[in-house]
Design a protein around this ligand. Structure first.
Ligand code: PMP
Length: 361
């Protein structure tokens, strides 16, 4: 018997015993904690808008964002389809959250994970992906989607060159919409006891809003589904005119909101109206939520709540509004929650945060 067999024996025995035990009050793996995120009343927004606003806190997923849902769903679908088998590689082009969730699921299932992202990514998001063992490749954010150096093209090329690999490609993958149809929609319907009247979510890949709204509208076709987009993105104009107008594309700071392409995972027919928001009020709204509601969202959560204030006329005192807060602010400590970064980008004045001298009486 080799040395490695001797060393491994006690561990193998322990693993078998644990498997045998199956404690009723415990989860068998972290992946079982994905979904069933809480719905929390937003006190201030409900008061300001004279209605009932509830936030769906996706930061309660183990990878701290809504993307855990699609990562698990897409990887398990690829396994079922025979696209991915032990020793395989999970590949994605991602602005951060999807990458982290894929890295988390891949780590537990024993797959390699290679993530292509852009220079726009925050330090924290990159470190989080690497913490789960993923290889992160940074591509120039200026590269056009079909340029060979863009993060989309680099991912596609690696997939073509790597046997037993899956390119998740969330913008064009049906799993993205299906995961939210299967999980998020039914959760919200149950949590609101079927009383939901308005569903509000940021649109990036569109998976969250499209899958959830498909389920909700099947239960009650009168539910209003309102998409939140960024100024500088092409989605709102496309929804109105059916034209991809590249003149709409402008730089902006909100991460995860809006797009410069039209993903097939945005089901425009399931979205009643789009509202666009600016960087500054969205970022300030996120910071305000942390201080007033003790809920610390990422920038897109700030954008979603900011958008509610533009939608005021949609609501009555009897409305039940559900707004999705897609991730947690801890991933943005060097940006949104950094006073220095906020003032360098003219989102905050130094006088608003610098400590005041206290006069002695
Ligand atoms: N917020 C954040 C922080 C995100 O990463 C994303 C996804 N890019 C979204 C919102 C939008 O979600 P979806 O892709 O499902 O439209």
């Amino acid at each position: 018997m080799g040395l490695s067999c001797l060393l491994l024996r006690p561990f193998k025995k322990r693993a078998a015993e644990i498997d045998f035990m199956r404690l009723k009050g415990a989860k068998e793996s972290i992946l079982e904690t994905i979904g069933d995120t809480p719905l929390i009343r937003l006190q201030q927004a409900s008061k300001d808008l004279n209605t009932n606003v509830y936030a769906k806190l996706e930061s309660f997923n183990p990878g701290h964002s809504a993307k855990d849902r699609i990562a698990l769903y897409a990887i398990e679908k690829a396994e079922r389809n025979g696209q991915l088998s032990p020793g395989g590689t999970v590949i994605e082009s991602t602005s951060g959250n999807t990458g982290r969730s894929l890295a988390m699921v891949a780590a537990l299932k024993g797959y390699k994970c290679v993530l292509f992202t852009t220079t726009k990514i925050s330090f924290e998001k990159k470190a989080l992906m690497e913490a789960y063992g993923a290889q992160v490749v940074i591509c120039p954010k200026e590269a056009h989607a079909d340029h060979p150096e863009s993060y989309y093209e680099r991912a596609k090329t690696l997939h073509a060159e790597t046997p037993n690999s899956v390119y998740i490609n969330q913008y064009y993958n049906d799993s993205n919409v299906e995961a939210h149809y299967a999980l998020t929609g039914p959760e919200i319907w149950k949590q609101t006891e079927g009383k939901i009247t308005h569903y509000v979510a940021c649109v990036g890949s569109g998976g969250t809003i499209s899958g959830t709204s498909k389920f909700l509208k099947e239960q009650n076709a009168d539910i209003r589904v309102l998409g939140v987009d960024a100024y500088g993105s092409v989605l709102t104009k496309y929804h109105t005119d059916g034209v991809l107008d590249e003149n709409e594309i402008k730089p902006y700071k909100l991460e995860g909101v809006g797009k410069s392409i039209i993903p097939s995972s945005v089901l425009f027919e399931n979205i009643d109206k789009f509202y666009q928001v600016d960087d500054k009020p969205s970022l300030l709204r996120a910071r305000e939520l942390a201080k007033t509601e003790s809920i610390m969202p990422g920038p897109s959560g700030g954008a979603a709540v900011e958008a509610l204030y533009h939608m005021k006329d949609e609501f009555t005192p009897d409305s039940v509004v559900v707004v999705v807060l897609p991730d947690h602010g801890a991933g943005y400590l060097s940006k949104l929650y950094s006073n220095q970064w906020m003032s360098e980008n003219n989102f905050l004045n130094r006088v608003d945060y610098e400590p005041k001298t206290v006069e002695k009486s």
